[in-house]
Design a protein around this ligand. Sequence first.
Ligand code: GLV
Length: 327
Amino acid sequence: MTKPKVYITRLIPEAALEIIAGACDYRIWPEEGTPVPRDILLQEIPTVAGVFTLLTEKVDEELLRAAPRVKIVANMAVGYDNVDLAAASRHGVMVTNTPGVLTETTADLTFALLLATARRLLEANQYLRQGRWKTWYPMLLTGQDVYGATLGIIGLGRIGEAVARRARGFAMRVLYYNRHRREDLERELGATYRPLDDLLREADFVSIHAPLAPETRHLIGERELALMKPTAVLINTSRGPLVDEQALYLALVQKRIWAAGLDVFEAEPVSLENPLLRLENVVALPHIGSASVATRVKMATTAAINLVAGVTGQRPPHLVNPQGWKG
Ligand code: GLV
């Protein structure tokens, strides 16, 4: 029996390749450090039944039109804003993501960023390496306390919840804003619901964990930043476009907020011309929220399992558009 053909848009961990090779004939973009060029992807997909994608690939109407046999787009990420979900559903294409496996790793990175930003770790490291450490003095590289501070979580889904659990270890007061109330977590973790504006006014740390959608684009803009305390820190490990970067830059330069920790940017990879990178009170990371060895392997194998299910007539475990499933 001939195996279904699939295309993989990047070199992926061996364990995931093995899962795919067991059930499919695959072709792959063999590079790790460069995304597949769009024209190559457009050439590769007309004959395949499934495609394994990363968040660097834009899966839009044009691509779907060029892929009449594709049944599934298996995205190796929990977020799928790179995929036009409505267009996929219109084309009868299933879309899957990799939820759950990266929750704790991303929450760890969120806390690492929060601590690094609050306590100016990168600045301190530079200060030492540049030979500027001549003596100890009372207000040298002083930051903000994390222990006992108020954390405002925007988006109390899986990752937001995992961040709230970590915050308890730091005796933080946890406020949250979410589409719907999480009374289970209010009881269990003592998290308190606040309308967004109130959360922004009260929090010492604001951490964003909401998905990117048209209604969340620039959720944090000039007006919202103006509500925050001058000592407050903004952390974003979700998607860059949730924050209006120009407004954030101005708020940071004018010291209307204290600092920002960013793992994601409006345009990625971030340009070195981005003025945020010139600011000492910004800690910037290259979208590494889920980047532990174990988690990235789990994400790849999860996406591989989804892909194989989709091209072999089974319902993939992590289908985000049930409309795409033809049963
Ligand atoms: C990474 O950003 C993901 O969505 O998994």
